[in-house]
Design a protein around this ligand. Structure first.
Ligand SMILES: [Zn+2]
Length: 432
């Protein structure tokens, strides 16, 4: 089939790494970017010219913490705790739905986080077979938890483990971690998710690492031998230190990071996903709740006296303020940071991904240019795909987004992109 080329003309170009340049022209031919130039290149019969008139053209973004099947079941249904109280078949369809939302929001890449029933692997393959639309996905495993973890089904959070294939997989001892990782990689996973410590979002961090060093070494060893990634839920200082030192690739949340943690993260070359929107959203709800009128809906999994709830909320506030102070230090250190948060939990809808970026820029004062790089180049680099994606350069794959405005001046313009192109194909096209 003869493929016409597309010329994006007059773009404010954010190439993924450098400050935006106005009046640039980008030609896409087939799956790839053919040229990026200041001069308007000649076009041929059949080429499509899209005059961007100063709108911003940028690389497709990466959602670094994607729970494919978290989410409320629709307008008429009550929002479940994590969206896991449904049959596997239903969750598969919910995952496909969320993958389409993500793609339409301009995210052409995603790194999965915990999910049940091998759903991420199926979703990745369904996207590859074009059964459904979605981003390029690194499929994650269930969340490996040690017995007695706050999320362990033997505790009160029973809904986390549906049968034997729910959200969590209980693993104890180095050999068991090795076996679990081998099995999941054999079944197509790209990333193992570990629960390394309690806390984050709705609960304060406890300074604790659930896994022994031998367990961490075992799972990281198997993953790295096979060229795979390990990510860990690390709210506490000890979890961050232990995981960074053991070579865990993704430190999720890092609520209680300090200078020593930042040094360990840099030494190890680990990536941090601060995911602060969940904590901010929780606090916004919890600190303004009318407790006299009705019980607070986000509990600890069992009846909790009101004073305990308030203590918990104060603890979350303290952790959040700590992370707010430390994040600029992490930025200064040069550590790789990627965006991604717990969308699909009861108070954060899939589709609101840009709210996380707004938080960093508008509330924490981080440079929008930095945050844009976290969302683009850094994400693709984490996925091991930055040779092909993550920057707008001749020869690279054409995953592109057009937004109405300049995201460096106002990050909010990333909401509702006008154009989303994946692999040279228009997924969303509101300029036609
Ligand atoms: Zn998560």
């Amino acid at each position: 089939m003869a493929e016409g080329r597309t010329l994006f003309k007059g773009a404010n170009l954010f190439d993924g790494r450098n400050a935006p340049t106005p009046n640039m022209n980008v030609v896409v031919s087939g799956r790839r970017i053919e040229s990026v130039s200041k001069e308007v290149p000649p076009t041929a019969e059949g080429d499509r010219v899209v005059d961007l008139a100063g709108r911003t053209l940028m690389p497709g973004m990466v959602q670094g913490h994607f729970h494919a099947c978290f989410g409320s079941f629709g307008s008429g249904a009550p929002a479940p705790v994590l969206g896991l109280e449904a049959p596997a078949t239903f969750l598969g369809m919910l995952g496909a739905h969320n993958a389409r939302i993500l793609l339409n929001c301009g995210f052409t890449g995603a790194v999965g986080s915990s999910n049940p029933y091998g759903l991420d692997v199926s979703l990745k393959e369904a996207i590859a077979y074009e059964f459904t639309d979605g981003p390029r996905l690194l499929a994650c495993t269930r969340e490996y938890v040690t017995s007695g973890d706050a999320a362990d089904g033997t505790n009160r959070s029973w809904y986390m483990e549906l049968g034997n294939t729910g959200l969590i997989r209980r693993v104890d001892g180095a050999d068991a971690y090795r076996q679990a990782a081998r099995e999941d990689f054999g079944r197509g996973a790209d990333v193992v998710k570990l629960s390394a410590g309690p806390g984050h979002g709705s609960h304060p961090a406890t300074d604790f690492c659930y896994l022994t060093r031998a367990e961490l070494d075992a799972v990281v060893g198997v993953a790295h031998d096979q060229g795979k990634l390990v990510r860990a839920h690390c709210p506490s200082r000890s979890a961050i230190m232990e995981c960074a030192d053991a070579g865990v690739d993704i430190i999720d949340h890092a609520d209680r990071m300090d200078e020593a943690c930042i040094e360990a993260i840099c030494r190890a070359g680990a990536t941090v996903l601060p995911s602060m929107l969940w904590s901010a959203t929780f606090l916004g709800l919890a600190e303004n709740w009318d407790y006299a009128a009705q019980p607070f809906p986000i509990g600890s999994g069992f009846p909790e006296p009101l004073e305990e709830t308030h203590k918990r909320i104060r603890g979350v506030r303290e952790d959040f303020e700590h992370t707010c102070r430390m994040l600029p230090e992490l930025v200064k250190s040069g550590a790789r940071i990627v965006i991604g948060d717990d969308f699909g939990t009861a108070i954060m809808r899939h589709g609101d991904y840009v709210n996380e970026l707004e938080l960093y820029v508008k509330e924490l004062g981080i440079d929008a240019f930095d945050v844009l790089r976290w969302a683009t180049y850094n994400g693709w680099d984490l996925m091991g795909m930055s040779d092909e994606l993550g920057s707008v350069e001749a020869g690279k794959l054409a995953d592109l987004v057009v937004v109405d405005g300049n995201p460096v001046a106002d990050i909010s313009c990333l909401k509702g992109p006008l154009v989303v192109m994946k692999d040279g194909v228009f997924v969303k096209d509101q300029l036609n």
